[in-house]
Write a protein that binds this ligand. Structure first.
Ligand code: NAP
Ligand code: MG
Length: 478
């Protein structure tokens, strides 16, 4: 049993003012694994004060200085990558292989962002004026549990590249991963106060960040309702916000697609990260005349998924993060059945032999219509909804018929056709024929999937405020 009882403020690990101890259960067996002591609003204010005090000097650092810091952050995070992967397996139930891969690209994020910073013009000439991009100020970073270290790394790296100081409020459910990351940040030896991490509850520490006048910007990843709440809290002090919220992403299989490849990939796109991914392709849109074939292929792919102990290298689907989230997924499966969807495989309850952890049966529904709850709401579990369409136009209309717009997938052997459909899908990212990676291209949502973009130059711009210098002026350097 581990105890995490320090938070990171002003370059030091300190005992929080808050005294609440929060139990951390291992999702693979439901056993108490550790406890974390939660910070409170007073801790948040101390961290904000440290970040504010560090900002003037940090905002004047050069790209070369910040580049060296990003390199040190990369090295420190990479040095602990195996330990971070082990924490991801224990604390979150992340399957072993994907946890190892994710811990490595968490470290790489710092180098990707360094490259973006080096390529980014912080001083430009626009018409007759010089435009200087200045760091926006002290940034509050609020993150969820489903990819904790990676979300934090991306936001922190980008803030550093911009010259911003930060206070991070991670999910308390990821306390062990966060602790390792905080120790890496400490090892990277940045000026005190540049990076601060305060464990605590969202409605306490998160709310303090979202209302405090010394926080200029909030970068948030999490659910749409909490994102809306944070935007409302921030408006009085006119905070800049980057909100990465939920999704109900459509995967459009056109009738000329390679079904033998596209359908197993569609199951993988829905079940990624134990089904707990905002970008999960949770709605599979298929042509009516090929529905039987799709059901057969999807059933086969879902039944080939190996659910169980995430330490086991053969396992591809671990547990859901908490009992509460498990119950939420069960609720959606029950609702799917009650509203008349056809259960193709999976269903209620736990897979055989896995009664202790929060394991969900890999589930596929067919006959799902746009008005059903499971077609509309984010489930955040391994539950795929197959929906049928008659024409390409109808497929696009169903895909876009949601308040979300984070991501979409299209499969077709005709690339011109796939691209034509991609252009009509209202989503921040559209993947053609597969699940692709690009950590420099913009990431974020249309509609209620968020505001703003992360990654690459668009992500960096969100931490910079343009200032135009007009009239007679000297040359600026940065
Ligand atoms: P959540 O409840 O929205 O929480 C996200 C973060 O916000 C947590 O750190 C949470 O603190 C904090 N928070 C809660 N209430 C707050 C408040 N009143 N003021 C300020 N902060 C507050 O999300 P979650 O349950 O952790 O994660 C699952 C959800 O996140 C899913 O709906 C998923 O779609 C979404 N998500 C989106 C993306 C994306 O990039 N678009 C990525 C991953 C996840 P607590 O620790 O106290 O909860
Ligand atoms: Mg929450």
């Amino acid at each position: 049993m581990y105890i995490i009882d320090h938070i990171y403020i002003n370059g030091q690990f300190v005992t929080p003012h808050g005294t609440e101890m929060f139990d951390l259960l291992n999702p693979s067996n439901g056993q108490l694994a550790g406890q974390v002591r939660l910070g409170d609003a007073e801790d948040a204010r101390r961290a904000i004060a440290a970040a504010k005090a560090a900002f003037p000097a940090f905002s004047r650092t050069t790209k070369a200085q910040r580049g060296a810091m990003l390199q040190r952050l990369h090295d420190a995070v990479l040095a602990r990558a195996d330990e971070a992967a082990a924490a991801l397996v224990e604390e979150y139930g992340g399957p072993h292989n994907t946890s190892v891969a994710r811990s490595r690209y968490t470290a790489n994020m710092f180098l990707d962002v360094k490259q973006v910073m080096d390529d980014h013009a912080y001083v430009k000439t626009i018409n007759k004026s010089t435009v200087v991009l200045e760091p926006v100020g002290v940034v509050g970073i609020i993150t969820p549990w489903n990819s904790s270290a990676w979300f934090i790394a991306n936001k922190v790296a980008t803030a550093i590249a911009a010259g911003c100081t930060v206070v991070v409020k991670p999910s308390e459910l990821s306390a062990r991963q966060n602790q390792i990351l905080a120790e890496c940040f400490h090892a990277a030896d940045l000026p005190p106060g540049v990076l601060n991490i305060v464990n605590g509850r969202g409605d306490v520490v998160g709310a303090e960040l979202s209302t405090h006048p010394d926080i200029t910007k909030i970068s948030f990843t999490g659910s749409t309702p909490v994102g809306k709440h944070i935007a409302r809290l921030g408006v009085d002090t006119m905070k800049r916000v980057t909100l990465e919220l939920g999704g109900k992403s459509a995967n459009v299989i056109l009738d000329d697609a390679d079904f033998a490849r596209a359908i197993p990939m569609a199951v993988a796109a829905c079940y990624m990260n134990n089904g707990q991914a905002c970008i999960a392709g949770s709605r599979l849109l298929v042509p009516s005349h090929r529905l039987d074939e799709v059901k057969r292929l999807a059933k086969m792919a879902a039944e080939a998924v190996v659910v169980g102990d995430p330490h086991d290298a053969a396992v591809t689907l671990g547990p859901i993060v908490t009992h509460q989230q498990y119950e939420r997924v069960q609720h959606y499966i029950r609702t799917g059945i009650e509203e008349g969807a056809e259960l193709v495989t999976g269903g209620l309850g736990k897979p055989a032999g896995l009664a202790a952890g929060y394991f969900v049966k890999p589930t596929v529904f067919a006959g799902v219509t746009p008005s059903m709850t499971i077609a509309k709401e984010e489930i955040f579990g391994p539950v795929l909804s197959i929906m049928r369409y008659e024409t390409e136009e109808e497929a696009i209309a169903i895909a876009n018929g949601t308040p979300y717009g984070l991501q979409a997938y299209v499969s077709s052997t005709d690339l011109a056709r796939a691209n034509r459909v991609a252009h009509q899908l209202v989503a921040g990212r559209v993947h053609i024929n597969g699940i692709h990676d690009d950590l420099i291209a913009p990431f974020g949502g249309f509609k209620q999937s968020g505001i703003g973009r992360e990654f690459g130059p668009y992500g960096l711009d969100a931490y910079l405020e343009p200032k135009a210098i007009l009239g007679e002026h000297a040359q600026y350097q940065k």
